[in-house]
Write a protein that binds this ligand. Structure first.
Ligand code: FAD
Length: 393
């Protein structure tokens, strides 16, 4: 890539920081910078700042949740069901929270619009590259912007492309938010997993978020390498609604749809794309490999990163996972990639033999070694021995 000479710098617009992509990770970084009264000039670029409401972000927390002002719904009780085990799971330490994409966007953008050092640019990004001194962003209109650092969540690093992965697994799901005349849902209990034993092309389950007695998001989720045609997810959801709640297609109203594909793979943590270009969010490897959950990790990462920038230090980038958790994730990915029945047995034992608080602490990577051993002791050994055999180096 060309180095910027002083003449080309004159014809470009210069910022201290550019945030390329204003989704979860770009907006989170901007939020923590604004909250900490970062004094530099920040350019935030995205295709669109308009509301979408195509996502709901859920996460669990045993402390005051992130963004308490915009929590849409909170649960302390969940339900797990598999063929040979069903149970309500009560949270004592944690609560499970949900934030809607639109609320988050609006909340962050309202704050940024009040800050004169933040510029929002609604344009497509064509390219991002680093030079010795600056990061360079080129828009689809061929405008050029430079900054000391660019933080990006739109370009996939080479190392996370499918051909470099051992377990290129995806979490893919389609959800329909439905409204019914009568109240049929228990708004205090969300369904964390209702395992689908009739689906064999991946570990599959229903996930249900009841927002009210008569409104819920019902999502069919699969962990496998290939996305399904949309009509297959829809068929599964229709059958589930009929079997579980007794409602036919004409007896409820679809008010929103949600489709997602999240990587659940063994990509390395890749903090930089080029000189002065830093990766954020899913592109940066912040999605937890074995669960697809990203929200909490993005908050933790962005807060530290913003803190270093506010203090005038070089960007603080810390691997979101310790080595041992990355190894555990790999073992589970091996099981999920090789055997659906064993995946079902592992999840069933996990929920049967541990409290949901213990599981959430483990998935947050906040456990001690002793707690790790208790979790490992609670699931069938053989699939893990085979996974270890396949991951000796
Ligand atoms: C439907 C769905 C539901 C999810 N639910 C959860 C959940 O409940 N909990 C959880 O922890 N995780 C969840 N995730 C996973 C993860 O939290 C989200 O994918 C999250 O949005 C990732 O954040 P990001 O910043 O990496 O990417 P994004 O939020 O996708 O942000 C990328 C941004 O870049 C912009 N962009 C892309 N290309 C260009 C371009 N060329 N020019 C300009 N702008 C561009 C896009 O418009 C977008 O705003 C979910 C994912 C999906 C898809």
């Amino acid at each position: 890539m060309p180095d910027l000479n002083p003449i080309s710098l004159l014809s470009t617009k210069t910022f201290d920081i550019i945030i390329a992509g204003a989704g979860l990770s770009g907006l989170s970084l901007a939020w923590y910078l604004a909250e900490g009264n970062y004094k530099g000039n920040v350019l935030l670029v995205d295709n669109s700042f308009a509301p979408h409401n195509s996502k709901t972000w859920c996460f669990w927390a045993n402390h005051k949740p992130f963004f308490p002002e915009i929590i849409y719904k909170k649960w302390r009780k969940s339900y797990f069901a598999a063929q040979d085990y069903q149970s309500f799971l009560y949270m004592n330490e944690y609560a499970y929270y949900c934030i809607r994409e639109n609320d988050f966007k609006e909340f962050v953008l309202t704050k940024l619009r009040k800050k004169s050092n933040f510029t929002l640019l609604e344009e497509g990004i064509l390219d991002i590259y680093g030079s010795k001194k600056k990061g360079v962003l080129v828009t689809k209109n061929s405008d050029t912007y430079v900054a000391d650092f660019i933080f990006q969540s739109i370009i996939q690093p080479e190392s996370s492309k499918k051909e470099h992965l051992k377990y290129p697994l995806l979490q893919h799901f389609y959800g329909i938010e439905i409204e019914t005349e009568d109240g049929i849902f228990d708004p205090n209990t969300f369904v964390i997993m209702d395992v689908d034993h009739s689906f064999d092309d991946g570990y599959a389950f229903m996930y249900v978020l009841p927002y009210d007695h008569n409104r819920a998001l019902i999502e069919f989720t699969v962990f496998s390498e290939n996305v399904l045609p949309k009509k297959e997810y829809r068929k599964k959801i229709r059958t589930y609604i009929k079997e579980k709640y007794g409602f036919g297609k004409k007896e409820y109203k679809s008010v929103r749809k949600e489709f997602g594909v999240i990587p659940m793979d063994d990509r390395p943590f890749e903090p930089t794309l080029d000189v002065n270009i830093y990766n954020l969010g899913t592109m940066g490897g912040l999605t937890k490999a074995s669960t697809g959950y990203t929200f909490t990790r993005v908050q933790r990462y962005s807060r530290l990163l913003a803190g270093s920038l506010i203090n005038g230090e070089s960007p603080q980038i810390t691997n979101p996972s310790k080595n041992r958790y990355r190894y555990y994730d790999k073992l589970l990915l091996h099981i999920l990639s090789t055997s659906v029945p064993e995946s079902r047995r592992v999840f069933t034992h996990l929920f049967k033999n541990n409290s949901v608080d213990e599981i959430f602490t483990f998935l947050n990577e906040d456990t001690s070694i002793v707690q790790d051993l208790k979790i490992m002791n609670s699931v069938p050994y053989m699939p893990f021995f085979r996974a270890i055999g396949n991951n000796l180096i």
